[in-house]
Design a protein around this ligand. Sequence first.
Ligand SMILES: Cc1ncc(C[n+]2csc(CCOP(=O)(O)OP(=O)(O)O)c2C)c(N)n1
Ligand SMILES: [Mg+2]
Length: 569
Amino acid sequence: MLKRAAVESTAEAYLELLAARGVEYLFANAGTDFAPLIEAYAKRGAQGQAAPRPITVPHEVPAVAMAHGYAMVSGRAQAVMVHVIVGAGNAVGGIINAARANVPMLFSAGRNPITEAGHSGSRDRPIHWAQESFDQAAMVREFVKWDYELRSASHLETVVDRALTLAHAEPQGPVYLTLPREVLAERQEAIEYADPARMVRPGGLVPAPESLEEAAQILTAARNPIIIVKAAGRDPGAVPALAALAETLGAPVFEQFHTYLNLPQDHPLHAGFDAAPHLDAADAVLVVESDVPWFPGLKRPRPEARIIHVGVDPLFSRYPLRGFPTDLALAGTPRLALRALADEVARRANAGQVAERRARWEAEHTRVVGAAAARANATAADSPMDMAWVSRCVGNVVDDRTIVVNEYDLDATQACFRQPGSYFSAPSSGGLGWGLGAALGAKMAASDKTVICCVGDGAYIFGAPTAAHFVSRANSLPCLFIIFNNRTWNAVKRAVQSHAREGWAVKTDSMPLTALDPAPDYELVCRASGGHGERVEDPAQLPATLERALRIVREEKRQVLLNVICKKP
Ligand SMILES: Cc1ncc(C[n+]2csc(CCOP(=O)(O)OP(=O)(O)O)c2C)c(N)n1
Ligand SMILES: [Mg+2]
């Protein structure tokens, strides 16, 4: 059906169309390039017309991370707009994260006025010369699936629909649209567009039947098949499919470097988070949505082990170098591919063998769970606190209505995540500063859930905390922020220790460029935006403090920050 809507400008037509296409939010960090858009928002606000809700995010790092967090929970791409090349510069790390995590996003930036005079919107500030670049999209082109510049209102619908369709098509990821000010400012009378859209993303993909048969043959012929998974749970529907496959095969599942919940942690075939000790014994390895299933330089499967990769892009074609052996690659939507593979396996599996393996791996599950608990309990009285103990205490307050966003220091082995879509950790691209914004975006997408954001002290600073706490208060997004404060960039310190085990830095106990001392009173940063903030030093008090913090978040609907003082490594 063709819909016609009266609008005053291209900017307004853009808002009309984004709303019609289901884009609920525009996370924005504005500049002079926004003038026509802000004018259009004001007009539509005054007249009660639909538009994506504008969210002011006063730093690009949390702005992009919020869109990331929203999409990772809801599955729906949102719009982000930043100020020309300088805003895009601040946002690039977040775009890299979204690209590597396959999170859909409509990333956009204003483009400096093109003309020096003669148009409404022509240049009228010194920045309009200095902020032009030869190729604005070049800055992010390697990390977006598509980029384009809106050149005229006449192709607005095609451009917006293509942007959103491509972002949502697998492998999902960010797209980039630049919006020149003259184009946004152009006067219009109306926009006509198809409603609903006539451009849709492709449906799910199932691997070819002969590939599924071959994979099932390899897996059922193996005596000791194992499954390594990292990010299948990006689609919550893949979680039961993976469980079905593991059960049919009697194979263990290792969540290796996992960024999503892939299998409930209390599933008896959940064998923990480290497959390395089991690689020698494995004669078939099924690698599911996993860019890095092991480190070849440290520990790899035996050369004769058969290796199968499953994923929407099992070759990770955007990675320059990735040499993991691949005997078979099944390209497909994990939810469908794993289910289809489970069906093929069921036709061939030997029930006796499956039962024997299952019993063996269930015992391993019990052992792994017990060992994790013992590790944490052994440190329960340590002060400053051990991160295993902090993780255990946080894990204990997680219920089925909780989402945890983890940037670094929560040790997931100490918790028991069960619900698909309840655990998210930082993308392996590691662009720091993701956690705070991702948690706020997650809270926006799931307002009925409790969101706990676990960050290292380093990650917290990278997340532009004053901007994040501002957004939390301004938009009523109460989250519980927990800083695992070791006053150190321990990841960097550990890298030095393994680089030169007996080197100068280790021997002299001097580690320049890794300390975050003297640590700020981080709790005050949250209080400055109306939140509750506490420093926690007593390990015995932590459980009660967490309960109290959650009551404030849930009942008073205020954000809380706990600055948990941990051992300095
Ligand atoms: C934008 C960016 N800058 C620098 C790094 C390098 N880096 C990786 S981890 C890390 C330290 C993180 O510190 P913290 O959050 O305190 O966690 P910890 O290492 O102490 O566990 C740094 C600086 C990065 N990943 N991203
Ligand atoms: Mg730290």
